[in-house]
Write a protein that binds this ligand. Sequence first.
Ligand code: NAD
Ligand code: TDX
Length: 330
Amino acid sequence: MKILITGGAGFIGSNFTGLMLKKYPKYKITVFDALTYASNPDTIIEFKKYPNFSFIKGDIRDIAAVDKAVSGKDAVVHFAAESHVDRSILDPGIFVDTNVRGTMNMLEAAKNHSIKKFIHISTDEVYGSVKKGKSVETDMLEPTSPYAASKTSSDLIALAYFKTFNLPVIVTRSSNNFGPYQHPEKFIPLFITNAIEGKDLPLYGDGKQVRNWIYVEDNCAAIETVFRKGKPGEVYNVGGNVEEPNILVAGTIIKQLKKPASIMKFVKDRLAHDRRYALSSAKIKKLGWKPKYTFTEALKLTINWYVINKNWWSALKGKAFKDYFKKAYK
Ligand code: NAD
Ligand code: TDX
């Protein structure tokens, strides 16, 4: 089996690539990634020791590059995307180009090369803010941010390729991931690394927004389960087993790193900030998957990883990051 993984130099994609290389030494795994600001080339260095690994630097917006990479493969797992909500508020255009057009290029190449399995990685943000209960796969899609809207569009195009061309597309929609190799622009790694550096932790609004956190290893195990047992044309939610307000997560990080509570600072809220995400994972549980980690133990592992791997994340918090940060928080 030859598998193409897009976005394999990013957070979830690299964790998934690591899992597949270890679990399937006979599969040929190729990562296709543009190495944008969101990636760190150091992340994939250790993959180079696997004889079944190869890497292509390429952009999913480039039809010819995509076509060449997909040719000869059996399956595609498509993670590559612009993934940060705050950046989509500052610059929505690239979210449409990458997430919508880029995904469409992947689907078109997959159709032309008769790909046997196409896993499209989506998000709980497609459902929008959830007042009560939990989102199920058939709920109405009500995305809020340009990021979420671009992911919703790409979901629907992916499902259209199943319905129209019978391309064996499966969609996973996971909740907020955290764990090793996540870019420090995102909430949990930003707060951990700022606390380590003795900087303030910028909590948006009243800090009572709720996220349904999942450890990245659990999400990767879910994607692998769907890869083996998922049904073409179906959507699978993948939620963690905890719902936690941001302010409590921030408090736990501060406590574990033995920092003063005063570093937590309330700042202006994100525009159209979704109040709560909550997923029902009943459907994927029927395939035999369930999350292994509790939030408490996974957060501890994650904090320890960032303490030990300062070289990995400090490389991502240079001048370009500081310039972005100033624009995002002014
Ligand atoms: P990430 O930003 O860490 O990584 C994205 C990767 O895609 C990077 O390696 C980047 O270089 C690559 N990429 C970006 N644009 C590209 C392009 N035009 N061509 C080729 N490669 C490109 O993202 P992540 O957090 O790992 O998310 C991966 C996927 O999972 C995304 O589709 C995202 O929408 C989805 N998702 C993420 C979360 C989360 O909590 N992080 C939750 C649910 C779904
Ligand atoms: O500085 C911050 N302060 C803050 O209070 C940041 C960066 C975030 N927050 C809040 C906003 C959210 O309520 O923390 C929560 C989590 O924020 P993000 O890490 O930006 O995640 P979110 O917007 O929920 O989106 C994430 O989960 C769904 C991923 O970035 C998406 O790619 C995924 O689809």
